[in-house]
Design a protein around this ligand. Structure first.
Ligand code: AMP
Ligand code: MG
Length: 651
C-alpha cells in the first residue's frame, strides 16, 4: 500500500498520537466541547421512571394526608370530656350510632359526653379533637364506654398536610428516582413525572479477530469481551445501551456502521483500533463524522494510553483501547462522568478504604496509573495485593476488589505504604480462607470442596517466595510452596520459619512434553530425547522463566547448550503445553497433568513436592480446618490422583 493518500493519512495520524495529554487536560477539553448543553427530558410513568433523574422540581398538588386522620383503632372524643379520667375514676361516654372505618365519611358529630368508634386511617368527625386507644377503654353495655386514661387534644391524630403540604417541593430536579421516591410521588397522586431522557448509547467492537460469545473460535480469533462489558457498564450507569456487534477492520464498512450508529444515538462508544497499528482505522474515520472531531488521542493513563475522545456535531464519540482492562479503566475514569452529566445523573460515588501495599509497586513516570488490587486482612489492617497480569488480562478484574491510583509524577509506591483503594463493590469482601503463593490446578480441586461448604476462598498466585513472605506477615492462612533446597536436597521444610508449619500436599511429575508420534522423543529416556532434539537443526524448544523450579530442571538437562527456542520463556506450565500442541515448539518441560490435558506425549523426569506453609496462629479458624479436612478427604484424594497428582503421605 504505497499510494500517496494512504501516506498522508498515516502521517497525520502519527502526529496526533504524539500529542499525549494528561488525564486532567484531556478531561477538561472533552467536557468543554460538550457542556453546557440542554438536557432532553420526557414524561414517564413512575414504573418507567425508576433509575432516571427528575428533569424538574416536583411540587405536591395535594395535602398528605388529605384530612385529619386517626393513627390508631379506638374512639374519637373531645379531649376536654376525658381530662379527668383515670383507672380509679373512669369517665363514661355514650357511643354515637356510627363506626368510622377507613374510607368512610363520618355523618354524625361528636358532641359533649359522646364518642364515635374509629379505625386506624379513618377521618376525624366534626367535634372530635383526639383519639382514645381501644386498649384504654372498657365497654359499658352496648351503647357506652368507660375511658380510663386522659388524652390531650390532637393525640393520635395526623392533621391534613402534616406529612406533605400542598405546594411544598416534594423532590428536586436531578433526584434519581428509586422506590422511596416512587412512594412519595404515588402518595401525592402523581402518576407521571418529567425525567431526563435516557441517553441512547451505541456500543460497537472493532477487530478482524473478534467472535461473539456463544460462537466457536476459529484459529487466531478471540471472543469479544469489550462489547458485553461496555454495554453492561453503560446500563449500570443509567443509560440505554445498544450493542451493534463487532465489525471487521475495514474502513468503508466501519465508517458506514459508525455513521448509522451516530445518527440513531446520543453517544457512540467503540473499542479497539485506536493504537498505531496498520489495521487501526476507527480514529481516522472519526475526523470525518462531524465537528470538531478528535479532542484527545493519546492520554497519559496506564492502562489506557491509546484512548481517543472526540465530539462530532455535539455528540461524544469515544474509542476505548482494545484490551479489556484498559477499556474498562478508561471507561470508568473518563467516560462515566460525561455520560452521567449528559444524563442529568449525579456523579457516581465510589467507596474508598485504606490498605497497605505488601511490596514495592513500580509505576511509569508521567502516566496516571491504575493498579487493580485484591484485599486481604492482615495483622495491621488491610493489605492490597496488585492482581494485574497486564492490560490484556480479563481475570484480574473479576479477582480484584478495587484499584489504587498512582499519580503521574510518582514512580513507585514503597513497600508498606498506606494507599487509598477504590472499591469495585460497596463493601470490602473478606474471604474466609486466604491462600497466597504458588498456584497449581490441584489446588482448585481442594478449594472447590470449600466452596461447596459455603466458605469463600481467595487464592493469589505470587509464587512460592511471595507466599512465604505473606505468611510471615500474617496476610494469608496458607502459602502453597514448591522450593527445592540444594543443601539438604529436600523440598520446602528447610524454608519454614517460626510460626509456620508444613502441611504435606502432593507431588507433581515433571517431564518432557512432545507431540505424540514424534520419533525424536517417542519411547526414549530424557537424555536420549534431548540428544536427538539437539542433533536436529529444525527442532525448536520452549523454555520457562528464570526463577521457576522447572527452569532449573531444563538447565540441568541442557548444560551449556542454548538450542533454538531457548529464549522463549513463558511463565506457566500451560503456556509450554500450548506452544508444543500448537506447533510453535517441539518440546519443553511441564507437569504430567497439564501434558495429559493437552493430549501430549510425556517423558517423566523428576517429582516436585507441592506443600503448604500453614500460619500456626490461624490453624483453628473454621475455613482452615475445612481446608485440612478436604485435603484428607477420600474424594479429594481420588480427584487429585485422577488429575495426575500423587498425594504426599504424612510421615
Ligand atoms: P487494538 O487496539 O485493536 O489494536 O486491540 C488491542 C488488543 O485488544 C488486541 O489484542 C485485540 O485483539 C484486543 N481486543 C480488541 N478488541 C477487543 C474486544 N472487543 N474484546 C477483547 N479483546 C479485544
Ligand atoms: Mg483491533
Amino acid at each position: 500500500m504505497t499510494n500517496p493518500s494512504t501516506f498522508s493519512r498515516r502521517d497525520s495520524r502519527q502526529e496526533q498520537f504524539l500529542t499525549i495529554l494528561s488525564r486532567e487536560e484531556a478531561m477538561a477539553r472533552f467536557e468543554a466541547a460538550l457542556f453546557p448543553r440542554p438536557m432532553p427530558a420526557e414524561v414517564r410513568s413512575l414504573a418507567e421512571a425508576l433509575g432516571s433523574a427528575l428533569a424538574e422540581d416536583v411540587t405536591a398538588p395535594v395535602d398528605v394526608p388529605p384530612f385529619d386522620r386517626s393513627n390508631v383503632d379506638g374512639f374519637s372524643v373531645r379531649a376536654a370530656d376525658v381530662a379527668a379520667a383515670s383507672e380509679a375514676l373512669p369517665v363514661r361516654l355514650e357511643l354515637n350510632a356510627e363506626s368510622i372505618a377507613c374510607g368512610t365519611v363520618p355523618q354524625l358529630p361528636v358532641l359533649a359526653g359522646t364518642a364515635s368508634p374509629i379505625s386506624t386511617g379513618g377521618p376525624l368527625p366534626r367535634g372530635a379533637d383526639a383519639i382514645v386507644m381501644v386498649e384504654h377503654t372498657h365497654a359499658a353495655g352496648d351503647d357506652a364506654i368507660e375511658v380510663r386514661r386522659s388524652v390531650s387534644p390532637g393525640q393520635f391524630v395526623s392533621y391534613a398536610g402534616s406529612d406533605i403540604a400542598r405546594g411544598e417541593v416534594l423532590l428536586r430536579s436531578g433526584t434519581v428516582i428509586a422506590s422511596r421516591e416512587v412512594g412519595m410521588l404515588a402518595a401525592c397522586g402523581i402518576a407521571r413525572v418529567p425525567v431526563a431522557r435516557k441517553l441512547r448509547v451505541a456500543v460497537l467492537s472493532t477487530g478482524d479477530e473478534l467472535v461473539q460469545p456463544g460462537e466457536a473460535l476459529r484459529p487466531a480469533a478471540i471472543h469479544d469481551a469489550n462489547g458485553p462489558i461496555v454495554s453492561a457498564a453503560v446500563t449500570e450507569n443509567g443509560c440505554e445501551a445498544s450493542f451493534l456487534g463487532a465489525f471487521p477492520d475495514d474502513e468503508a464498512t466501519l465508517e458506514s456502521a459508525m455513521r448509522q450508529a451516530l445518527a440513531a444515538h446520543d453517544v457512540l462508544i467503540l473499542s479497539g483500533g485506536t493504537s498505531k497499528g496498520a489495521g487501526d482505522i476507527s480514529h481516522r474515520i472519526v475526523g470525518r463524522l462531524g465537528k470538531p472531531g478528535v479532542i484527545a488521542h493519546g492520554v497519559a493513563l496506564k492502562p489506557g494510553k491509546p484512548l481517543c475522545l472526540a465530539v462530532c456535531d455535539g455528540k461524544p464519540v469515544i474509542i476505548l483501547p482494545g484490551f479489556p482492562t484498559s477499556a474498562m479503566f478508561t471507561f470508568h475514569d473518563m467516560v462515566v462522568p460525561v455520560l452521567r452529566r449528559m444524563a442529568g445523573l449525579p456523579p457516581r460515588v465510589d467507596v474508598q478504604v485504606t490498605a497497605r501495599v505488601p511490596f514495592r509497586v513500580p509505576s511509569e513516570l508521567g502516566r496516571t496509573e491504575f493498579v487493580m488490587v485484591s484485599l486481604v486482612r492482615g495483622q495491621e489492617g488491610l493489605a492490597a495485593y496488585p492482581t494485574g497480569k497486564g492490560s490484556g488480562a480479563i481475570t484480574s478484574f473479576a479477582q480484584a476488589d478495587g484499584f489504587m491510583r498512582i499519580e503521574a509524577l510518582v514512580d513507585h509506591v514503597p513497600a508498606g505504604s498506606e494507599v487509598p483503594v477504590t472499591l469495585f463493590t460497596p463493601h470490602v469482601r473478606v474471604p474466609d480462607l486466604v491462600v497466597i503463593g504458588s498456584h497449581c490446578t490441584g489446588l482448585d480441586l481442594v478449594a472447590g470442596a470449600l466452596f461447596r461448604d459455603a466458605f469463600s476462598v481467595r487464592t493469589l498466585a505470587v509464587g512460592s517466595l511471595g507466599g512465604l513472605a505473606a505468611a510471615k506477615r500474617g496476610e494469608c492462612d496458607i502459602a502453597p510452596i514448591h522450593l527445592f533446597d540444594p543443601r539438604t536436597q529436600s523440598y520446602n521444610a528447610p524454608f519454614l520459619t517460626e510460626g509456620l508449619e508444613l502441611v504435606p500436599g502432593w507431588r507433581r511429575m515433571q517431564g518432557l512434553v512432545f507431540r505424540n508420534g514424534d520419533e525424536r522423543f517417542e519411547g526414549r529416556d530424557p537424555e536420549e530425547a534431548v540428544r536427538a532434539a539437539r542433533a536436529d537443526p529444525e527442532c525448536i524448544m520452549v523454555n520457562r522463566n528464570q526463577g521457576s523450579g522447572t527452569r532449573i530442571l531444563i538447565d540441568q538437562l541442557l548444560g551449556s547448550a542454548r538450542p533454538e527456542g531457548y529464549w522463549n520463556q513463558p511463565r506457566s506450565h500451560n503456556a509450554v503445553a500450548a506452544a508444543v500442541a500448537q506447533k510453535r515448539a517441539d518440546w519443553g518441560v511441564t507437569i504430567a497433568p497439564v501434558a495429559r490435558a493437552a493430549g501430549l506425549g510425556f517423558i517423566p523426569l523428576t517429582e516436585e513436592h507441592y506443600d503448604f506453609a500453614l500460619v500456626s496462629s490461624r490453624k483453628e479458624r473454621p475455613a482452615v480446618q475445612a481446608f485440612l479436612a478436604a485435603l484428607q478427604s477420600p474424594d479429594i484424594q481420588v480427584a487429585l490422583e485422577r488429575a495426575g497428582f500423587a498425594r504426599t503421605q504424612v510421615s
